[in-house]
Design a protein around this ligand. Structure first.
Ligand code: KG4
Ligand code: ZN
Length: 341
């Protein structure tokens, strides 16, 4: 087959930090040639959450199949690739190691540079793919299963953390509340869906704002609030309407996220706000942020739902901008379950 490369800079990217095995080919940093995602949701559903050992084993089994599909869809081969990007952390160590070992093998075989990417940087970069005109600086709200951060993105590789969760991540709270409501796994999409048929004012759960002007978050109290509410209802023998609880919980999370994101936008100035991470797929969060940004004269950028959750294209984009600034790694690249941004 004739190569479709046509003088473009091609990044081969791999993401295996949690329960998605993904391989992408990205041209010139922002053009997705292919973005194959093999989700393990069905595998972990029976356990009610991600089992690290099981995730690693599935990455190992799936990676070469996902790679073959990605290069075929993109119409390129390994000899066309200019850079290998891979998630180096944070994430599940065994899962990360599978992706890193493969990335090193590809880099060695192709004789091309290797760039280890911070997963949060990847989530933010999903917006560069979706919005070709977007460039730093801007404030970003990154909300996923493992992270809730407000970040001032000053450059493609320059970040200042304005606030972060002190306990649970927003997505983690969604997943835990969905579990106690019996809505299944993963919880975020289930709560999003159930909430559409519920009354968000049926219960007023506490909005934890922390100290005045703080851009940190705390969601563990809200989670406990939901549990206490459910227990009290059960003790009184009263009916629990899952859709109402889901809607009330979702509104409590989203109101805090929106208030703090708008505060971050005010602190950093400018007229842009970027949303990223799996929870960025939440319909209420997107619509409330859009409304608030509209009122404040701020342009809101969010990725399409497929690019919100874990995928390799976002890692390829981040790797490209690292490479342009000389931020590459060698064969000593390791997996970092905890990793500073
Ligand atoms: O970014 P991601 O795919 O993985 C991590 O880096 O953690 O995010 C997964 C998280 C899960 O907690 C999932 O429940 C949540 O994103 N999520 C949502 C929605 N879709 C995914 N949360 C709320 N509403 C959604 N529609
Ligand atoms: Zn993620």
């Amino acid at each position: 087959m004739e190569s479709l490369k046509k003088n473009k800079f091609i990044t081969l990217a791999i993401e295996t930090s949690c329960d998605e095995t993904s391989v992408a080919l990205v041209a010139d940093g922002r053009e997705v040639l292919s973005n194959v995602i093999s989700s393990q949701i069905e595998v972990h559903r029976v356990f009610g959450g991600v089992v690290p050992e099981v995730a690693s084993r599935h990455h190992l089994n799936n990676l070469s199949i996902v790679y073959e599909k990605a290069v075929r869809e993109a119409g390129v081969s390994l000899k066309d690739v200019d850079l290998i990007g891979v998630t180096a952390g944070p994430g599940l160590v065994g899962a990360l190691l599978i992706g890193i070992a493969a990335a090193k093998a590809f880099a060695y075989a192709a004789g091309k540079p290797l760039a280890g990417v911070h997963h949060i940087k990847g989530h933010i970069s999903a917006n560069y793919i979706e919005h070709r005109d977007l460039a730093p600086p801007f404030p970003a709200l990154v909300v996923s299963g493992g992270h809730t951060h407000l970040i001032h993105v000053k450059g493609y590789n320059e970040y200042e953390i304005l606030g972060r969760t002190r306990d649970d991540a927003a997505g983690e709270a969604f997943d835990k509340v969905a579990r106690v409501l019996g809505l299944g796994y993963p919880g975020g999409p289930q709560i999003d869906e159930a909430a559409k048929g519920g009354n968000p004012h049926s219960v007023e759960f506490k909005r934890v704002m922390l100290e005045k002007d703080s851009l940190d978050f705390s969601f563990s109290g809200l989670k406990t609030g939901v549990l206490n509410y459910l227990n009290a209802k059960k003790q009184k023998g009263e009916e629990i309407i899952a859709a109402d609880v889901a809607a009330a919980f979702q509104l409590a999370v989203v109101e805090v996220l929106v208030a703090k994101a708008m505060a971050a936008a005010a602190v950093t100035g400018g007229n842009k706000l970027v949303l990223a991470g799996g929870v960025a797929a939440n319909s209420l969060l997107r619509s409330m942020l859009k409304k608030n940004c509209g009122k404040a004269g701020i342009d809101l950028y969010c990725p399409s739902p497929l690019l919100c959750t874990d995928n390799a294209a976002m890692i390829g984009c981040a790797a490209y901008y690292q490479y342009r600034e000389g931020l590459v790694d060698d064969m000593t690249l390791d997996a970092y379950p905890q990793m500073a941004l």
